[in-house]
Design a protein around this ligand. Structure first.
Ligand SMILES: *Cc1c(COP(=O)(O)O)cnc(C)c1O
Length: 372
């Protein structure tokens, strides 16, 4: 059986966890957390990195930081994971869903501006499959209307956006803040785990407080205040050193992990290109402004039946291929609250897209052999 995903161990995870245990510091914000924070800040240009227990938590922190109030409107794609939406629904926000682009499942940036009202507070682009949304356009709209941009970069570690200035900027470093995931299905993993990256100085001090249960404990340990106490709302968003130690072992191997995944991705692409053309099956398209971090390899079938037959055929060959997402505006929870606009591309991807197995130790040739 070829699974859809298999978590990859870089090698030193247990060693670093043992070290954390041996030093006697296994709660959060210790040596390994700081190593991870510095790695992210130095490599990707985030002004402040804060590890969280999940991307879901990082998004919830973002919603608290921008003070989302009941009735505020948040613009986001419908074709995404529920956590993008839940973080804001938890604060009483109304979601305004945007359709996907025709050429790839990311948000259609040309459909955003017409949805802005006096109640709009933020835009939440999702870098689907680690492929950048058109961030220059989105930031321009946000500045014009005084909105926050929170990047859902759950899938976007080590991926970049090339803007009109030609410079490459790491995804997650462009919006006011961004959220990454280290769930075991992502490129870099810690079982469950996440990161809030902050790029706007105004949010840094309060982010640390919200992260540490509403206390100024981080400032206390740096010696900036002489006692610590309850100063704001917050929760327990920080992971233990056991998680951070695991993550550090992965980050030390990031280059190797990324290059192996890209190798697999490119092999899929090169060997399926002609097959796709002659069978009218679409392969991933990467816009000029985006790079590829090889998070997902997907196929887009012409008819839903063909997609479902493909999944069944592969299953008969003991290869697990999966589809996602059911459009959030069609979900049981939100369909009554949605404003009724049709979002055809989002629904199209729900019905036509399938993901091929994608993990470090995969022999992609075995999968390709059964497809052709
Ligand atoms: C995986 C994922 C999340 C949630 O990440 P967790 O770390 O599991 O909370 C959120 N948004 C997107 C787009 C994702 O792919």
């Amino acid at each position: 059986m070829i699974p859809f995903n298999k978590p990859y161990l870089a090698g030193k995870e247990i060693l670093y966890i043992e070290d954390a245990v041996a030093t006697g510091k296994i709660s959060g914000n210790g040596k390994y957390t700081k190593l991870c924070h510095h790695f992210f800040e130095n490599n990707y240009g985030f002004k402040k990195a804060l590890l969280t227990t999940s991307c879901t938590d990082a998004l919830e922190m973002a919603a608290l930081l921008i003070n989302v109030q009941p009735g505020d409107e948040i613009i986001m794609p419908s074709y995404t994971f529920v956590s993008t939406a839940n973080a804001f629904v938890l604060r009483g926000a109304k979601l305004v869903f945007v359709d996907s682009r025709k050429d790839y499942p990311g948000i259609d940036e040309t459909a955003i501006e017409e949805l802005i009202t006096s109640k709009t507070k933020a835009i939440v682009p999702v870098h689907y499959a680690g492929i950048a949304c058109d961030m220059d356009k989105i930031m321009e709209i946000a500045y014009k209307h005084n909105l926050y941009v929170i990047e859902d970069a759950a899938q976007a570690i080590d991926s970049y956006y090339k803007g009109i200035d030609g410079k490459k900027r790491a995804l997650g470093s462009i919006g006011h803040m961004s959220a990454f995931s280290f769930h075991e299905t992502k490129n870099i993993i810690s079982g469950e785990g996440g990161l809030l990256a902050i790029n706007d100085d105004r949010f840094i001090e309060r982010a640390e407080i919200i992260w540490e249960k509403g206390t100024n404990r981080s400032a206390f340990f740096r010696g900036e205040v002489n006692k610590y106490g309850w100063v704001d709302v917050g929760s327990s968003f920080l992971p233990s050193e056991i998680i951070a130690a695991f993550l550090w072992a992965q980050l030390e191997n990031l280059k190797n992990i990324q290059s192996r995944r890209k190798q697999i991705w490119n092999e899929y692409y090169e060997k399926l290109k002609d097959w796709g053309l002659s069978n009218q099956v679409g392969l991933p398209q990467i816009p000029d402004f985006a790079t590829n971090n090889a998070h997902i390899f997907y196929l887009v079938f012409k008819e839903p039946e063909q997609r479902n037959e493909f999944i069944k055929k592969m299953k008969d060959h003991h290869i697990l291929c999966v589809f996602h997402y059911l459009s959030l505006h069609q979900s049981e929870f939100y369909k009554d609250k949605h404003d009724g606009r049709l979002l055809r591309q989002s629904d199209f991807y729900s019905d036509h897209l399938v993901r091929l197995p994608m993990f470090y130790e995969l022999n992609s040739q075995l999968v390709i052999n059964k497809i052709k």
